[in-house]
Design a protein around this ligand. Structure first.
Ligand SMILES: Nc1ncnc2c1ncn2[C@@H]1O[C@H](COP(=O)(O)OP(=O)(O)O)[C@@H](O)[C@H]1O
Ligand SMILES: CC(=O)N[C@@H](CCC(=O)OP(=O)(O)O)C(=O)O
Length: 300
């Protein structure tokens, strides 16, 4: 983020036209392709950036790409819990979710957070539709048990946190075909047990990109990308380096499920996977339509 922001009004029309023209090869390359965008709760805290996100998504749709948005909302859930006198608690980047917390999660993600995104995209000229994993049988889930380092035979039960058992993308494809932009909350359900589950949004984004065989998965967050021990941005990360960073504790908290999901997607047919800085205005356009990357690329 060392770049000095450009005063766009000071740029001559000829240069603006040149910049627009530069995106032509990318538009041709990605026309008709699906791009899964993970919009993290930490990346959506400033209204100016929310509006630039919404405009970028609409622009991508209008030039012929198929954006699918998976949104998070971790900090927004934390605020709602706080108002109710409850503290958020995470294990290995996953929220411990008791029945009361699950109610709040559904209420925040499927309600305010999702509707704000839908509204902003629609105000920018798109046709966004909000879904949760329950809609159209989109995300089937089962209870997740977390690995227990101290006692591998006794995995940890963290409540209503789900693993994805399957994704049926037909509702997403139908919406895409009708020029809608799906905006999906990371909530799954178990049709047999009737339980609803809280799923980490990075996990949903990775799996959705895989199932849709997306061209790109972009995970927008609140860091320049993945940082090494000394805080330097790592522009490219392969499986081997990721193992080392996990082992020495350089990657922690919310970055754990993000990297694991990104790597799974890269291994399972998603052409390019990037963790990008959602605090940079128009980071989506920079990543997709220019040579200038704005984060870390994950390769298998
Ligand atoms: N090596 C690392 N590089 C960058 N961020 C890291 C790293 N390890 C842990 N993090 C943390 O991961 C956070 C991003 O994950 P998370 O809080 O879940 O964001 P989001 O809401 O965007 O999914 C960063 O803000 C940072 O605090
Ligand atoms: C199981 C689990 O941790 N679920 C997440 C779902 C929201 C999310 O992932 O939001 P961000 O992308 O903003 O972190 C949570 O409850 O916070």
């Amino acid at each position: 983020m060392s770049d000095t922001p450009l005063d766009i009004n000071a740029v001559s029309p000829a240069i603006k036209a040149d910049i627009i023209s530069e995106s032509l090869p990318y538009i041709r390359k990605f026309h008709g392709k699906t791009v899964v965008i993970k919009y993290g709760g930490n990346a959506m805290i400033e209204e100016r950036l929310q509006r630039s996100f919404a405009r970028d998504v609409v622009l991508l749709k209008l030039i012929g790409l198929n954006p699918v948005v998976i949104h998070g909302g971790g900090p927004q859930i934390d605020s709602a819990l706080k108002r109710l006198g409850k503290e958020g608690n995470f294990i290995q980047g996953m929220r411990v979710t008791d029945a009361d917390t699950m109610e709040v999660v559904e209420w925040v993600l499927g309600g305010q957070v999702q509707q704000d995104i839908v509204m902003m995209i629609n105000e920018a000229g798109g046709k966004a539709v909000g879904l949760t994993g329950k809609d159209g049988g989109l995300i089937q889930a089962r209870k997740k048990l977390m690995p227990n380092k101290e006692n591998p035979d006794a995995p940890l039960d963290i409540g209503f946190v789900g693993d994805i058992s399957s994704i049926d993308p037909s509702v997403v494809k139908a919406l895409q075909d009708d020029q809608f932009i799906p905006v999906i909350s990371p909530i799954g359900y178990d049709a047999e047990e009737g339980d609803v589950y809280n799923i980490n949004a990075d996990v949903v984004a990775g799996k959705m990109a895989e199932v849709l065989q997306a061209e790109k998965l972009l995970m927008m967050t609140n860091t320049p990308g993945v940082l090494d021990k000394s805080g330097q941005l790592l522009r490219k990360l392969s499986a081997k380096t990721i193992d080392e960073l996990f082992a020495d504790g350089t990657i922690s908290g919310g970055m754990l499920p993000k990297i694991s999901s990104a790597l799974d997607a890269a291994r399972n047919g998603v052409n390019s996977v990037h963790i990008v800085d959602g605090r940079v205005a128009h980071c989506l356009l920079l990543e997709i339509l220019t040579d200038k990357g704005v984060g870390t690329m994950i390769t298998s």
